[in-house]
Design a protein around this ligand. Structure first.
Ligand code: UDP
Ligand code: MG
Length: 342
């Protein structure tokens, strides 16, 4: 693949990141000096309540390669990434966190793999997770294991995050996926194409705090599994079948025993265990049904995953003026006085 004149869009979702944005731009300038003419930075402000957007707008005055996609409220990182996928125009896109946990210098290697080796999906793999707690490492390891066991076709590499470069053809494929459940790690893997992982050591956040907690991570894991496997739904027929067979065997056993030894009143313990066990199995299966049903409801409603309220910087000139609707989002790019009334 020969891409002499190429543009890489660095996509950076931000939520309440006033402490990190400026350092991010400085570090990127420094570390990616050698490809600076081929780079644009697209910040997605995910409804920050602090002055993140104001800082980005100030930085735009000093650097004309910076664009800002402003969402109308906080929609979550997955939605912010979806908005960027729909809007950026680069020949390739690199997803990066603003907290510098995704080392910018690795982007050089991503771009090299993309241009010279023709890899379409270059992703970073965290080889050293010593910054994470033992519990976090164990739970995330468990998640990747379960996900890949349950999802028969789409496999996600363990310890790969959102930090990656994807080629235009992967971007255009992803833009066709209409689902509201944006489990991006899975979606990034879904199109296939030539993929390659590159190991790196994940540093600590430069400033600020993580936006994740265990409850959010648990729900994120459920989104991932329900989005890529229906096995948790189907497995209950088998569990029910197995318990049914055991029940019949036990019934035969009781019949024979009663025929031989006569009626015996005691049996409270076994009765209680059976009732409680079956009760819990039924509740779990209804719960699993609920998980899928709730998500199905979201899909049926078909509400946009994100709403863009404003675009500034070079990107605003490339995006159609007025309101535009994609399979997953709504974009308002209204220049004052030039509203599109069609
Ligand atoms: N982020 C976002 N919307 C949110 C939460 C986070 O755009 O609702 C951004 C955040 O600003 C950062 C990236 O997603 O650039 C990763 O967030 P964080 O560092 O909190 O996640 P972690 O690295 O701990 O997984
Ligand atoms: Mg982080």
């Amino acid at each position: 693949m020969d891409k002499q004149d190429y543009l890489v869009s660095l996509v950076v979702p931000c939520y309440n990141e006033h402490e990190t944005v400026e350092t991010f731009v400085k570090t990127v300038d420094e570390k990616l000096e050698s490809i600076k003419d081929h780079l644009e930075i697209v910040f997605v402000d995910d409804g920050s309540k602090d002055d993140t957007a104001a800082i980005i707008e100030r930085l735009q005055k000093e650097d004309e390669r910076i664009s800002l996609i402003k969402l109308s409220r906080n929609f979550g990182k997955e939605a912010a990434m979806s908005a960027a996928l729909d809007l950026v125009k680069g020949d390739a896109l690199v997803m990066m966190d603003v907290d510098l946990q995704d080392p910018p210098e690795l982007v050089l290697e991503f771009v090299r793999c993309w241009r010279e080796e023709g890899v379409d999906n270059v992703y970073g793999i965290r080889t050293d997770r010593s910054q994470d707690t033992e519990t976090k490492r164990m739970t995330s390891g468990g998640f990747y294991y379960v996900f890949n066991k349950l999802s028969s076709r789409v496999k996600i590499p363990s310890n790969a995050g959102d930090f990656r470069l994807i080629d235009r053809k992967v971007i255009d494929t992803l833009k066709q996926l209409p689902e509201r459940n944006r489990f991006m790690k899975g979606l990034f893997a879904w199109p296939g194409f030539v993929s390659k992982g590159i190991g790196y050591k994940r540093p600590e956040r430069v400033a600020g705090k993580t936006k994740w907690n265990y409850w959010k991570l648990w729900n994120f894991a459920l989104d991932g599994i329900s989005g890529f496997s229906s096995l948790p739904l189907r497995v209950w027929s088998y569990i029910g079948g197995a318990i049914g067979i055991l029940a019949i065997l036990y019934m035969i056993f009781i019949f024979i025993k009663t025929a031989i030894t006569g009626v015996e009143v005691p049996g409270y313990a076994s009765l209680m265990s059976a009732i409680l066990f079956l009760g819990s199995v039924q509740l779990i299966s209804i719960g699993v049904l609920g998980e899928y049903l709730g998500r199905l409801g979201e899909e049926v409603k078909g509400r946009p995953v994100y709403v863009v309220s404003k675009i500034t910087g070079p990107l605003s000139k490339q995006v159609k003026n007025g309101m535009s609707v994609t399979p997953v989002g709504v974009t308002c790019n209204l220049e004052k006085g030039k509203e599109d009334h069609n």
